[in-house]
Design a protein around this ligand. Structure first.
Ligand code: FE2
Length: 295
């Protein structure tokens, strides 16, 4: 039965970035601002909308290489981080793969305030050479993925509305930092992100771009693997959501077959009924690396 609580957790992580391959425009603007839908939790909160615009302006004015300006989060918003962190930490300790846990230790987040991109960026650059760059809203899949080739992760900076700490209809700073930021502090996961970007750059057709987007989804976003006989997450979408980390054990697990993953459809707005599970971190790393390098 789907209770209200389950419903909330259900959409805890939604990354629509990779879905809209259709209409892929090479000239897509990396700073196209997201309009809030009438059913967005923050739609009627003028203060929240104003802050979202202010944060979007920071991104619009940002020039690559500059220090990322701090976002003006409120104490309610720091409270959102605290609520998420309280739910997420135990879930991660139980369900995250070792590679993630050790990268997380390197970033050492405070439990009571949202880390600024600036702080996360300094550490990630030092570890893997990857850097975060703020964007005003969601960008086209091709733009998002191609930037990875240059070691650039285009990153939203706003946080979800404080009325729904466990629900966000779009990737927010929590997903970006706790999911992607941490995995980019793993040199091997950072390398796979770069290889995805380079493969996308060599890809011309929309069909082929869709295949790569699906593979990115089933690995970097919702990938799982076996560790000491247990199923553990290495996917950023799972790792940034306590609800997803619990639910992943109910998914149908298929052995990781990168070719099969490129043609598996998915719906990012629900828990994943099918996940691809690698035999180990090394096996995942090797097969993905090989596949992307020869793409
Ligand atoms: Fe994501």
């Amino acid at each position: 039965m789907i209770t209200d609580k389950t419903k909330q957790l259900l959409s805890d992580h939604v990354d629509m970035r990779l879905v809209a391959v259709e209409g892929d425009e090479p000239t897509a603007d990396r700073n196209s601002i997201v309009q809030l839908d009438p059913d967005h939790p923050g739609f009627r909160d003028q203060e929240y909308r104003q802050r979202r615009n202010q944060i979007a302006q920071l991104a619009l004015a940002y020039q690559p290489g500059q220090i990322i300006p701090d976002a003006p989060y409120t104490s309610d918003e720091h409270g959102v981080w605290q609520a998420i962190w309280t739910a997420l930490r135990p879930a991660q300790q139980q369900h995250a793969c070792a590679e993630y846990i050790s990268a997380l230790t390197r970033l050492s987040f405070a439990s009571d305030r949202i880390p600024q991109l600036r702080e996360v960026n300094e550490k990630v650059i030092a570890i893997s050479g990857f850097r975060l760059e703020p964007v005003a809203g969601l960008v086209q899949p091709r733009v998002f993925l191609e930037n990875l080739a240059d070691g650039v992760f285009l990153c939203t900076q706003y946080i979800r509305h404080h009325s729904t700490p466990l629900y966000t209809p779009e990737p927010d700073v929590v997903h970006e930092i706790v999911g992607h930021g941490v995995t980019l502090a793993s040199p091997r996961l950072a390398e796979l992100n770069r290889l995805f970007g380079k493969a996308v750059r060599r890809t011309k057709s929309t069909d082929a771009l869709e295949k790569l987007s699906r593979l990115y989804w089933f690995t970097i976003e919702v990938g799982v693997l076996r560790e000491d006989g247990m199923v553990k997450a290495f996917g950023t979408g799972l790792l940034s959501s306590a609800g997803e980390l619990e639910e992943m054990h109910d998914a149908e697990l298929r052995p990781l077959d990168v070719e099969a993953a490129t043609s598996q459809d998915y719906d990012p707005t629900h828990f994943q009924p099918v996940l691809f599970c690698a035999d180990s971190f090394d096996a995942m790393y090797q097969s993905l690396r090989e596949y992307l390098a020869h793409w």
